[in-house]
Design a protein around this ligand. Structure first.
Ligand code: GDD
Ligand code: MN
Length: 368
């Protein structure tokens, strides 16, 4: 190897969330797979409630190759991988799941390949000869294939498995692209490829996706939304912040909720003012709850923080509504059409609501 004895050749970045039982087996299998190399492992744990971080520290007390970056009040696989790479100095970084589903024995071949062939990225693929999905249900396999097809919109390479979370990257190649990364959701490899103006020199190596032995998958229905947001960010993120788009979509859903409630209550012979007030409150609350799980999933508020957030959100949106009405009335008075006046009010209100709630409601990363 062309490096001096003390220099770490390879940093392995392992994002974790509730992987307590997998920590020791993970370090042991890395040790077995990478015995002859000089490596370190950096776990990036998002303050897992099951105590993953303290488990890692326990191992780290005995093994200096092991470290943990513990993030408080933050969530996200991609952003964890990015911060892990940034916390290391090795010329090559690998990203691998912490649940032993990725085949760590491939790491040695990855390192040899990336050096020998002078590549930027070597990634694990489940879709080339010798790779496989393991025991995935047909339904998940279908979703994954569909997501892969969608990724072609933003991908500037012919990767067979851009959804793979298992890869190695040359630091210099990462540094060239890191300012353009979205860091949204699960798909960090896709993010890297889609953030590249120049094509990356890459190669895919096959691996078989293993069955999870302990703990649970964190991929849920919201992962689909995050994936959609990542694609959108890559497509239009340079024009408008993707969080604003999400916020507006949620707002649109809120209008439907609002109308539905007014309609229901009027059918029950309620007074219009009562119905309008109730609908406003309920729509604001549902907008808040939806934004909390979708738009701000990485900063999601819970418990008391949820309630406090609801207050600031409602307050901000009430002021936004006043601004909306004020602007709309002013423009309407200038002899324009009501549609233009009304839309202007909505745009001003939405921008206000977005700006103020992003600064006050979901301002600081705070775990409850
Ligand atoms: N820090 C951090 N924060 N880690 C997380 C988070 C998070 O919010 N969510 C998940 N992880 C960690 C898990 O603890 C695990 O080590 C790894 O990321 C993968 O998460 P899983 O929940 O096990 O994902 P999966 O098995 O369903 O999905 C896999 O398949 C994809 C291929 O379709 C992952 O391997 C992905 O990396 C891969 O892209
Ligand atoms: Mn997994």
């Amino acid at each position: 190897m062309p490096y001096s004895d003390h220099i770490i050749e390879l940093s392995i970045i392992v994002p974790t969330y509730n992987e307590h039982p997998n920590v020791i087996p993970m370090v042991e299998s890395l040790d077995e797979a990478l015995g002859k190399f000089r490596w370190e492992v950096i776990f990036v744990d998002d303050d897992s409630p099951d105590g993953t971080a303290s488990q890692i520290r326990e191992v780290a007390m005995r093994d200096p190759r092991v470290r943990v970056v513990q993030r408080v009040g933050r969530r996200g696989l991609s952003s964890a991988a990015i911060e892990g790479i940034l916390a290391s100095s090795a010329p090559f970084c690998a990203v691998i799941d912490g649940d032993l589903q990725h085949d760590e024995k491939l790491l040695a071949t990855m390192l040899e390949t990336i050096i020998k062939e002078d590549l930027d990225v070597v990634s694990g693929s489940r879709y080339i000869e010798g790779g496989g999905l393991g025991d995935w249900h047909e339904s998940r396999a279908k979703i994954s294939r569909f997501a892969t097809r969608l990724s072609r919109m933003v991908l500037h390479a012919d990767l067979t498995d851009p959804m793979s979370g298992f890869f190695m990257i040359r630091r210099s190649a990462f540094e060239k692209r890191m300012h353009n990364l979205s860091g949204i959701g699960f798909k960090i490899l896709l993010d890297i490829f889609a953030s590249s103006k120049e094509t990356l020199r890459y190669r895919e190596l096959p691996y078989e996706f293993r069955t999870r032995q302990a703990g649970e998958s964190k991929l849920d229905s919201q992962a689909a939304w995050e994936y959609f947001m990542l694609l959108l960010d890559k497509l239009i993120g340079h024009i408008v912040p993707v969080r604003f788009v999400a916020f507006t979509l949620v707002g649109g859903a809120g209008v439907i909720v609002h109308m539905l409630i007014v309609w229901l209550m009027l059918n029950q012979d309620a007074q219009f003012t009562t119905a309008q007030t109730a609908a406003t409150l309920i729509a604001m609350t549902s907008n808040y709850a939806l934004n909390n799980v979708l738009t701000y999933r990485d900063k999601r508020l819970r418990g008391w923080a949820w309630l406090k957030g609801w207050f600031s959100f409602t307050l901000a949106c009430s002021v936004g509504a006043l601004g909306n009405i004020g602007i709309a009335s002013y423009i309407f008075a200038q002899d324009t059409t009501w549609v233009l006046a009304s839309l202007s009010g909505i745009v001003v209100g939405a921008v206000w609501n977005y700006a103020v709630t992003s600064a006050y409601t979901w301002n600081k990363p705070k775990a409850a």
